[in-house]
Design a protein around this ligand. Sequence first.
Ligand code: HEM
Ligand code: HEM
Length: 168
Amino acid sequence: MAIDGKVTGYSSMQVTLHWIVVVLVAFQFLAHDAIEESWRTSMRREPPPDTAVLTYLHVATGLLVLILALVRIYLRLTRGVPSPPEDEARLLQIAGEAVHGSIYVLLVLLPISGATAWFLGVQAAGDAHELLKNLLLAAIFFHIAGALFQHFVRRSQVLMRMFRPDRN
Ligand code: HEM
Ligand code: HEM
């Protein structure tokens, strides 16, 4: 629904993409041993380990995250997103927006740094990838804490709007 040109909820597409990206990012964090092993052996110019499928799955899943993050940013800019709760302290509203913004930046930079390391063999990009993944983990921690805070402490509709899409 739109009030004064502003949307009051996320579309089904935005909600679906949010949860697909959550699953893909969780996979990247849970199944990274193969890519690390392949990366180590390729840097030492040793024969690749016997985990090619999982290695390529990390690369493919990461590139899919990049594409879906770009689609989400496009939808955010064209369709729009609901505003933070109006009765929320301005500082908390800004903190929430800042965490969302940081997550989008990291969802773009992580695959780019990973691809630069993997396809071009740039060691520094591999180091950046490791640092960026720690930043993403921290941002996700604050993001989940914020969502749970909104639901259980503030008792707002913020958590539910990522489950119940706006019909309009
Ligand atoms: C959002 C997407 C991605 C996430 C969340 C992610 C996450 C991770 C994680 C958690 C590690 C293990 C790092 C460590 O603990 O040492 C890793 C390593 C690695 N990833 Fe990704 N990755 C993503 C995308 C990609 C893409 C698209 C590529 C290549 C095209 C890639 C290439 C690599 C490489 C080469 C390593 C080993 C180097 C290193 O340890 O830094 N990643 N990634
Ligand atoms: C890999 C993990 C996650 C990532 C990368 C992620 C990313 C994001 C991003 C970028 C947004 C902003 C959407 C926009 O306004 O354009 C968002 C919104 C949201 N996320 Fe997540 N999220 C993750 C996990 C979760 C989890 C586990 C929960 C539930 C506990 C959650 C609940 C929400 C909610 C409720 C919103 C809407 C917030 C609002 O409208 O102010 N997210 N998420």
